[in-house]
Design a binder for this molecule. Structure first.
Ligand code: SF4
Length: 215
């Protein structure tokens, strides 16, 4: 896949290009990402939340963006959705410590409601600005499988046209050639508005995660 040059990215987005170093040493990438200001999301966030996990993990999980607790802790998937993910991984017989966990966008985007900071979906330009970090993580970790948790991750990893409902549980190819699997974001299981069976939805999520071992 042809990589856009930094100047091309700047022209297309109107943002400066993410300062991704040439090195694919994971620590260098993480440290460089701390000072990224390639899109406006850094302004209202506490810190860059880079991925974490074994640098040679065979499986990479990609979520959407850090949430309130992740933003404060500087770590991915440590809030309510992260706890649900941990529970689902355990039920699927997987150890989170063996997986590399990251997000499609590295800064928390939010709107305020009183004292609460509510999640706001990153837009297409913010996603495009942050994508070089995810691409660099994929090159550094070289996973055998990328699991996309939700639509934003799937569109960042596979293609902008991917829809979770149509692609869920299917073996696909990422934009980098790595095998990819699409499932829901665990936060979607926390947002019930009287419809659906929460237990059945959790079991369906666990069933998707069980496919990781098979793939
Ligand atoms: S969201 Fe991504 S591109 Fe935007 S400032 Fe943060 S790290 Fe940089």
């Amino acid at each position: 896949m042809k990589k856009p040059r930094a100047a091309e990215v700047e022209l297309e987005l109107g943002f400066s290009a993410a300062p991704v170093p040439a090195s694919r040493e994971w620590k260098r990438l993480r440290d460089a990402a701390k000072s990224c200001q390639a899109c406006p999301l850094w302004r209202n966030a506490t810190c860059t939340v880079f991925g974490e996990g074994p640098v040679h993990a065979r499986v990479m999980l990609v979520g959407e963006q850090p949430g309130d607790q992740e933003d404060r802790a500087g770590k991915p998937f440590v809030g309510p959705a992260g706890h649900l993910l941990d529970r689902a991984l355990a039920e699927a017989g997987l150890q989170r410590e063996e997986l590399y966990v990251t997000n499609a966008v590295k800064h928390f985007k939010w709107t305020s409601q009183g004292k609460r900071r509510l999640h706001a979906k990153p837009n297409a330009r913010e996603m495009a600005a942050c994508r070089p970090w995810l691409a660099a993580e994929v090159e550094a970790i070289e996973p055998e499988l990328i699991v996309c948790l939700g639509a934003t991750a799937a569109q960042q990893v596979i293609d902008k046209s991917v829809r979770v409902t149509a692609s869920r549980g299917k073996r696909m190819a990422s934009a980098w050639g790595t095998t990819a699997l699409v499932t829901v974001h665990p936060s979607s299981l926390l947002r019930h508005h009287g419809s659906g069976d929460p237990e059945a939805e959790f079991e369906a999520f666990v069933a998707d995660l069980r496919k990781i071992s098979r793939l």
